[in-house]
Design a protein. Structure first.
Length: 330
């Protein structure tokens, strides 16, 4: 009987080596499977491997854009103090004392006082409500009216398109400031509604032109032609296929125009035909401070600075949204 070596047992050295090789192979296969199941997919796809939509791509780009983050935080702050100005300004903006007129900064009144002895800090904070209200409501009205009229003209074409084009040409020929002087000079109300109505009246043609061109481009795509061939109604094609793919340019232009509307309200109030006292507005305060700019420049500095920062924030937001929604920049 041959002598049995210590390594020649039932398992054998070869079996041990095979088990080791098999274990290494199984481990490699497990790692490969794990890599295949890692969330995410190729460039342009989501976690499930499906292609990402325009809106998901845009939101992904916006979250990485510092311009969007900075402008968004500024606008969020403006919205908060517009809704709850008492959070950072506890005094009444109409509480004035002529004995303190044109005085500079002092404890409790960091921005000083205006020509009527009103606290400039309090009036600057409360003036944000007027500007944000006018800007947001004007933008909503302009986008709704211009988007609907322009979208219908681009979709149906024909006489409707021709008539709308001629109407927009007439409105484009009206100077905005001159039109405001004529339209608002006969209004005695001191609320924001006449100013909003005027901005919507003269602002919708720009959005209508953008919406018309975007709808004309979208309705020529293959998926719209396929929906039409399958018997889809006009309303279904507009709501389900054309509007979601044509609304991006309207959003971009409306976001940028929002800052312009805030500046227009301040301009009209400065000229005395927009908001009127006792309303609190940056335009009113800038107009009142212009005659004291040499003796008390702080009266002009703070409301004008707040107006400039607000308009810049909305324009920056519009630029960031445009960069995210423009497929040519990808």
């Amino acid at each position: 009987m041959p002598e049995q070596k210590p390594w020649d047992d039932a398992t054998g050295g070869g079996a041990i080596s095979g088990a080791g090789a098999g274990g290494a192979m199984d481990l490699a296969m497990d790692e490969g499977t794990t890599l295949e199941k890692t969330p995410g997919g190729p460039e342009g796809t989501g976690p499930t491997g499906r292609p990402r939509s325009l809106w998901s791509d845009a939101w992904r780009d916006l979250r990485r854009n510092p311009v969007f983050i900075v402008s968004g935080l500024l606008i969020l702050f403006l919205v908060v103090i517009s809704v709850w100005p008492s959070l950072i300004a506890t005094q009444d903006p109409l509480d004035c004392d002529l004995a303190r007129a044109q005085e500079g900064s002092r404890p409790g009144h960091p921005f000083g006082f205006d020509g009527q002895g009103c606290d400039v800090y309090t009036r600057t904070v409360h003036g944000a409500r007027t500007s944000v209200t006018v800007g947001v409501l004007s933008t909503l009205g302009v986008s709704l009216l211009g988007g609907v009229l322009g979208g219908l003209a681009g979709f149906f074409g024909g006489a409707w398109d021709a008539v709308l084009s001629r109407i927009t040409d007439i409105f484009f020929g009206i100077p905005v400031v001159l039109g405001g002087l004529v339209f608002l000079s006969v209004v005695t109300s001191s609320t924001v509604w006449p100013v909003i109505g005027f901005i919507v009246l003269l602002g919708w043609p720009q959005i209508a032109r953008i919406a018309r061109g975007s709808v004309i481009t979208a309705k020529q795509n293959d998926y719209v032609q396929a929906a039409r061939a399958l018997g889809a109604s006009n309303s279904r094609m507009l709501l389900r296929h054309i509007t979601p793919n044509a609304i991006a340019p309207v959003i971009v232009v409306a976001t940028i125009a929002l800052g312009t509307y805030i500046s227009l309200e301040a301009t009209l109030s400065y000229l005395g035909v927009g908001l009127k006292p006792p309303a609190v507005s940056w335009g009113i305060d800038i107009s009142a401070a212009s005659q004291y700019v040499r003796n008390a420049p702080h009266m002009l500095l703070w409301p004008a600075g707040a107006l400039a920062v607000t308009v810049l924030a909305f324009i920056m937001l519009g630029d960031a949204v445009r960069d995210a929604l423009d497929p040519k920049l990808r």
